[in-house]
Design a protein around this ligand. Structure first.
Ligand SMILES: NC(=O)c1ccc[n+]([C@@H]2O[C@H](COP(=O)([O-])OP(=O)(O)OC[C@H]3O[C@@H](n4cnc5c(N)ncnc54)[C@H](OP(=O)(O)O)[C@@H]3O)[C@@H](O)[C@H]2O)c1
Length: 212
């Protein structure tokens, strides 16, 4: 699959890298430092493009920018009709102290409203970027960590579930996109544990259904 990365920083850069290592064609985009994108692409056998190129040449897009950059990115990508957009972007305020959308909506739902002819799936935001390479390296072992995802369109969700497996997680379908109202605050909990706890940021989670 061809995957465009919009925002190739801590999480976008690492996710793009593991997508490429899993065999996908990756186009990194959106940075103030083009040399960082070139370096990433060279290392991961991927390509660099403008956000417009990344969007137009890909079937699936990963949105991995700070919420405050959303409009700037969307202004650069052109038509997105029919595309799957996976968002891991949390709707945080400028100083990252709180969610600007919560309770009655979510960043993922706001994105879906903003680009209504696309299929938005919320995924990959619930783990810290620090854990991604380790999970990918262990993908052939048993007992994969879980990764929650939510979306409204069945085919896009299936594609994203496969991508989640490619990275080494067990996909856990949280339901329709409005479940992102719960996933996004859950991400704040994960961030607290990862960055404010004393056990380090290499943190993942695993759900078990004991009745099965
Ligand atoms: N990091 C995580 O573990 C994690 C986990 C869950 C969710 N998220 C979410 O993922 C999103 C991205 O987080 P991140 O940690 O990957 O952030 P980040 O490292 O700052 O990456 C943001 C990306 O946007 C680019 N960018 C381009 N123009 C920019 C501008 N004018 N101002 C700021 N950035 C610009 C940055 O490139 P340059 O800096 O090179 O210009 C970088 O590629 C956020 O919404 C965050 O809530 C992150």
């Amino acid at each position: 699959m061809r995957i465009g990365i919009l925002g190739s920083g801590l999480i976008g850069g690492k996710l793009g890298a593991v997508f490429a290592r899993a065999g996908h064609e990756v186009i990194f985009s959106y940075s103030r430092h083009p040399e960082k994108l070139e370096e990433l692409a060279r290392k991961e056998n991927a390509r660099v493009g403008t956000p417009h190129e990344a969007a137009q040449q890909s079937e699936l897009l990963l949105l991995a920018v700070h919420w405050s950059r959303l409009e700037d990115v969307l202004a650069q990508v052109g038509h997105l009709a029919g595309k799957t957009i996976v968002t891991c972007s949390l709707p945080m305020n400028a100083d990252d102290t709180g969610l600007v959308i919560a309770h009655t909506s979510s960043g993922a739902e706001a994105l879906a409203k903003r680009v209504p002819d696309t299929n938005v799936v919320s995924a990959f935001g619930t783990v810290p970027s620090e854990v991604l390479f380790e999970v990918f390296e262990a993908r052939k072992q048993k007992n994969h960590p879980s990764l929650l995802y939510a979306g409204d369109e069945a085919e896009s969700k299936e594609t994203v579930a496969k991508l989640i497996q490619d990275v080494g997680f067990e996909p856990v379908d949280a339901g329709p996109l409005r479940m992102a109202r719960y996933l996004e605050p859950f991400t704040l909990l994960m961030a607290q544990l990862a960055y404010e706890g004393d056990r380090g940021p290499e943190l993942a989670y695993r759900f078990e259904w004991l009745g099965e």
